[in-house]
Design a protein around this ligand. Structure first.
Ligand code: C5P
Length: 235
């Protein structure tokens, strides 16, 4: 079964501070999106990458992909994105040619995911799981709170889930294509990842080991960490 990757890259990246859309910001001189595309195309399983660009930035993203060396064995498509991550992923799925039976969805904001993680996700879908997430155990204890009305106000703690049963999930998340398409047709409320939509269909999502370097570049400190990881890889 051929495998395609959809990379939503239409977010503004407000939490990163002022500047270009997040996916177009540079890490060691190369746009984050290009790192992310290369990370997915590095997998021998992935033969198509669909990049979902900012709605007014598809031409710019297309010329970025043309300007950077990318593996010849992988095809690329660029489509304009939407208002929410969910809508951007759906627009990417709409552009998916019929032969692709397995779909990965990968945040442009996780530019450094190692190929071993990508391959582990693909292999778990090939082994029959309808949905697969890379996941890591947590260092911090997590509390559920009653969110405060005003930022900075004290928030009552409601519960403390047992840490050993919690996981932080990353991308790429992998799916049987028909399952992901049905999830996007069925689930309308806002979600923060694609796998939770499949959970809402009543199907089992499985977790495989994630990787520290697949962290999400969200806040300014994450840019410092990402550049340090790249520098260490070059040694
Ligand atoms: O906002 P968040 O960090 O959850 O975004 C995750 C990914 O979704 C990023 O790669 C971002 O570019 C993408 N996104 C998108 N379209 C939106 C919002 C976010 O493609 N409207």
């Amino acid at each position: 079964t051929p495998v395609a990757a959809v990379i939503p890259a239409a977010g503004r990246g407000v939490r990163l501070g002022p500047g270009a859309p997040k996916a177009l910001r540079a890490l060691n001189g190369t746009p984050m999106l290009i790192h992310a595309v290369r990370a997915l195309a590095a997998s021998r399983h992935v033969s198509l990458v669909i990049v979902v660009a900012p709605p007014d930035g598809a031409a710019e993203v297309k010329s970025l992909l043309d300007a950077h060396a990318l593996p010849v064995s992988t095809d690329f498509l660029v489509v304009p994105g939407g208002e929410s991550r969910q809508e951007s992923v759906r627009l990417g799925l709409d552009a998916l040619p019929p032969q692709y039976g397995i779909v990965l969805v990968h945040d442009a904001a996780r530019p450094l995911v190692p190929v071993e993680t990508v391959d582990a996700v693909v292999e778990a879908v090939r082994d029959g799981a309808p949905a697969v997430v890379p996941a890591l155990a947590l260092a911090d204890t997590v509390k559920e709170v009653e969110p405060a009305a005003a930022a900075g106000d004290p928030e009552p703690v409601v519960a403390t889930p047992e840490r050993s049963r919690l996981r932080a999930v990353q991308t790429p998340q992998g799916f049987d294509r028909a399952t992901l398409v049905r999830a996007h047709e069925t689930v309308t409320e806002n979600v923060t990842d694609d796998a939770s939509m499949v959970e809402q269909l009543g199907l089992t999502v499985v977790a495989v080991p994630g990787h520290e370097e697949a962290f999400k570049v969200t806040r300014p400190l994450d840019l410092v960490l990402a550049e340090a990881v790249l520098a260490r890889r070059r040694l």
